[in-house]
Design a binder for this molecule. Structure first.
Ligand code: FES
Ligand SMILES: [Fe+2]
Length: 372
């Protein structure tokens, strides 16, 4: 791989050494050209979280999703294998499905009724018997690669990308070691937030714990930040563990219970909060350089909502995620200020809980991807 020429801002060039590097120049957060390049160089080539296996309980179950402004659908086929396809008819390009639901054994285009099997093959195209050189087999739906990681589904629009397991070695193991029943979890709650901030600011914010004692008073009551450490660091993901301190009203916690978090290139963050078995999966989708949609699936064991899960949902949704949204929107406005261009990464040789080294690694991957 060619070594990237790092961009220069008012404090000099971003460098591969976090300890001496200025942060990304602020134009990376609002330049429309950089945003478009990110769509092509990052999101059209990376594994992105798109859902959970529990959303597909029977053959024919489908859901429409978006990856990098591309519309795809996930579908359980006749053998209950979950597949993904670009959501576009091969006749003249009408979208095939919307929302979610179940198709018995075929997908019929609403425009001229070309019909596809649950395996994506074109099985019927009305009034095509007089066409020359027309073969139904050449008009199957275009597949999208899909990976199942401990029940979490990731799609990649690039047919030539490395396999998920190669890109994220050991990730499934970290999930099943932490949450042995994770593959049989179901979605207990979903949240969507329309945020006035560049998508990278939201990922940046999830990549560091430096702000927790300052900006999240209630979370800081629950978490013993000092106990945090990086349990596994790979090129495209990091896995952290720390411990609970105590609970708060509505959430009784023993001190020392595990809190875990993962950050996955490029736009997925996951948390498992202390108090009950749960996994909060968060993905950020850019909607132009100045907005992003944050989608959250709160996964938990099937079979009802416990008081502990309800308390954790409130801690996440009403407390620290709301606090984070106010933070990232303020940073987005600040990064447009003529009074700011680059700051510094606050890092620590031992990668202490407050270290912003994960942020630096994320920015380095951004710059490397934009180089190609
Ligand atoms: S566009 Fe789908 S059948 Fe014509
Ligand atoms: Fe935060």
């Amino acid at each position: 791989m060619k070594s990237p020429e790092f961009p220069e801002g008012e404090r000099g060039a971003f460098s591969a050494e976090a300890v001496s590097s200025p942060t990304l120049p602020s134009r990376y957060y609002h330049d429309p050209q950089i945003y478009l390049q990110e769509q092509r160089s990052i999101f059209h080539k990376s594994w992105c979280y798109v859902g959970h296996v529990s959303q597909f309980s029977a053959p024919g179950d489908y859901r429409v999703e978006r990856v990098a402004e591309q519309c795809i659908f996930l579908l359980s086929d006749q053998n209950s294998e979950i597949r993904a396809f670009f959501n576009v008819c091969q006749h003249r390009g009408h979208e095939l499905l919307s929302g979610d639901g179940r198709r018995k054994n075929r997908i019929v285009c609403p425009y001229h009724a070309w019909s596809y099997g649950l395996d994506g093959k074109l099985i019927q195209a009305p009034h095509t018997d007089q066409l020359q050189d027309f073969d139904l087999a050449e008009f199957a739906l275009k597949p999208v690669r899909l990976a199942n990681c401990a029940g979490l589904l990731f799609a990649n629009l690039d047919g030539n990308a490395d396999d998920f397991a190669t890109e994220y070695p050991g990730l499934a193991q970290t999930l099943t070691d932490s949450l042995p029943a994770v593959e049989s979890f179901a979605i207990a709650y979903q949240f969507d937030y329309d945020i006035e901030a560049n998508w990278k600011i939201v990922v940046d914010n999830f990549s560091e714990g430096y702000h927790i004692p300052v900006a999240h008073r209630k979370l800081a009551q629950v978490l013993d930040s000092g106990s945090g450490s990086c349990a596994r660091q790979e090129r495209r993901y990091a896995f952290f563990g720390s411990r609970s301190k105590a609970g708060y009203e509505g959430l009784d916690l023993e001190p020392g219970l595990p809190y875990r978090s993962w950050t996955l290139w490029p736009n997925t963050c996951m948390l498992s909060l202390p108090g009950c078995a749960n996994l909060v999966v968060i993905r950020m989708a850019g909607n132009g350089p100045d907005r992003c949609l944050e989608h959250v699936d709160l996964l938990a064991e099937k079979g009802g909502v416990s008081p502990a899960l309800e308390a954790l949902k409130q801690l996440f949704a009403d407390q620290f995620n709301a606090e984070d949204i106010a933070i990232v929107e303020s940073v987005h406005r600040g990064l447009k200020s003529l009074g700011y261009d680059q700051g510094r990464y606050v890092v620590d040789a031992a990668d202490a809980w407050y270290s912003e080294s994960g942020l630096h690694r994320f920015h380095r991957l951004i710059l490397e991807a934009l180089e190609h």
